[in-house]
Design a protein around this ligand. Structure first.
Ligand SMILES: Nc1nc2c(ncn2[C@@H]2O[C@H](COP(=O)(O)OP(=O)(O)OP(=O)(O)O)[C@@H](O)[C@H]2O)c(=O)[nH]1
Ligand SMILES: [Mg+2]
Length: 346
């Protein structure tokens, strides 16, 4: 999963980047595009790794991309370059400033910034959708595709994001390659002053996020960035002082997994114990394809042990002897925590 930290100048994107990655990149004024990789902690993987002692243990990963803000010019506009940098991201994390930033000459206005960002995305998308419809008059039009673009145009003109259209209303395959921004999953991080770190998202903002089909997260990036660099043993005490039980990264991961409806299945063995993130509802055959395309092509069956069943019997042999090994076909919907072994033939 590639998550872009986006938003207006000085909103704290680089500080959020440091919070999530535990790095100490210099903050303030622009800077460059940066990538940082974070492992998704999973106690089940820790436990499986202790049991199998594999050569390699692989957690799911999130790559954060810190997109520099644009200072000067029109504060609430986004340049073509900025739009392109945002288009390169799979998931958008919009950082809203809700703290006084002495380097900026405006007060914090998170609700206004959210609307400004939303409008920029709508306008950029509308330009693309209208261009496609213009061209369709000249090309041989595919009626269904044109209908899809007409629906998108009406949605955008109604100031609603494309992501608000359910999958049965809009076939996402028509969108491939167009880089529409308002279709990207959106997670909004309300970045506050330290004293307000533990207060919930204001109701009005929460309602607006729901209408935009976005998830929300409250944090105070500057203190949490410091906490993220501490010894893990000290972290909890400091989080507790702030009135928080969990790190910003842990809360972020939960929100993002919820927003994207992600679950994990596992593969185990002496070589590697590994977590594989997939969308809920993914079928066994497609899930096998995440491991290797040969496993999808030559899929025969999946041998599945739910994590809880595995821990109950303690070993693969124990599960098998107890007759608890599930044999599943290609259309089995993989469940969170399934330990999978794929039988295949190519
Ligand atoms: N009080 C407070 N200050 C913060 C917080 N987050 C960031 N800052 C400060 O705000 C300033 C800008 O932070 P950055 O993280 O560089 O902001 P940015 O969005 O990356 O800025 P650009 O990339 O220049 O757009 C720095 O001085 C940070 O220390 C926060 O949660 N609370
Ligand atoms: Mg920055």
């Amino acid at each position: 999963m590639k998550v872009g930290l986006v938003g207006f100048a000085g909103s704290g994107k680089t500080t959020v980047f440091n919070t999530m990655t535990g790095l100490a990149v210099p903050t303030g004024f622009g800077g460059e595009l940066r990538l940082g990789t974070v492992k998704v902690p999973d106690e089940r993987i820790d436990a499986l790794s202790r049991i199998f002692s594999p050569k390699k243990t692989t957690y799911a990963e999130i790559v954060f991309c810190d997109v520099p803000g644009e200072h000067g010019a029109d504060r609430k506009g986004l340049s073509r370059k900025a739009l392109q940098q945002i288009r390169d991201q799979e998931v958008l994390c919009l950082v809203l400033r809700a703290f006084p930033n002495p380097a900026l000459d405006t007060d914090a206005d998170p609700a206004g910034d959210l609307e400004a960002f939303h409008t920029e995305c709508l306008l950029a998308d509308l330009e693309i959708v209208e261009r496609r419809l213009d061209r369709a008059k000249k090309d041989k039009p595919d009626a269904l595709e044109i209908a899809a673009f007409d629906l998108m145009k009406a949605t955008l003109e109604d100031e609603r994001p494309i992501r608000s259209l359910p999958p049965d209303a809009l076939k996402r395959e028509y969108l491939r390659g167009y880089g529409l921004l308002s279709d990207r999953p959106l997670l909004v991080a309300l970045n506050r002053a330290e004293a307000e770190a533990a207060q919930p998202m204001p109701d009005a903002l929460a309602a607006r996020l729901e209408a935009l089909h976005a998830a929300g997260l409250v944090l105070s990036a500057s203190v949490e960035a410091e906490i993220a660099r501490m010894d893990p043993a000290d972290r909890l005490a400091f989080l507790d002082d702030l009135g928080l039980g969990e790190s910003a990264l842990a809360r972020f991961i939960r929100s993002a997994y919820g927003l994207l409806d992600l679950i994990s299945f596992f593969t185990v063995g002496e070589d590697e114990v590994r977590a594989w993130p997939i969308r809920r509802g993914t079928k066994a055959r497609q899930a096998a394809g995440r491991i290797h395309s040969d496993l999808e092509r030559g899929f025969i069956r999946a041998e599945v042990t739910p994590y809880d069943v595995f821990t109950q019997y303690g070993s693969e042999a124990g599960v098998r002897d107890a007759g608890k090994l599930q044999i599943e076909g290609k259309d089995y919907a993989v469940a969170d925590g399934d330990i999978m072994s794929i039988r295949f033939n190519v």
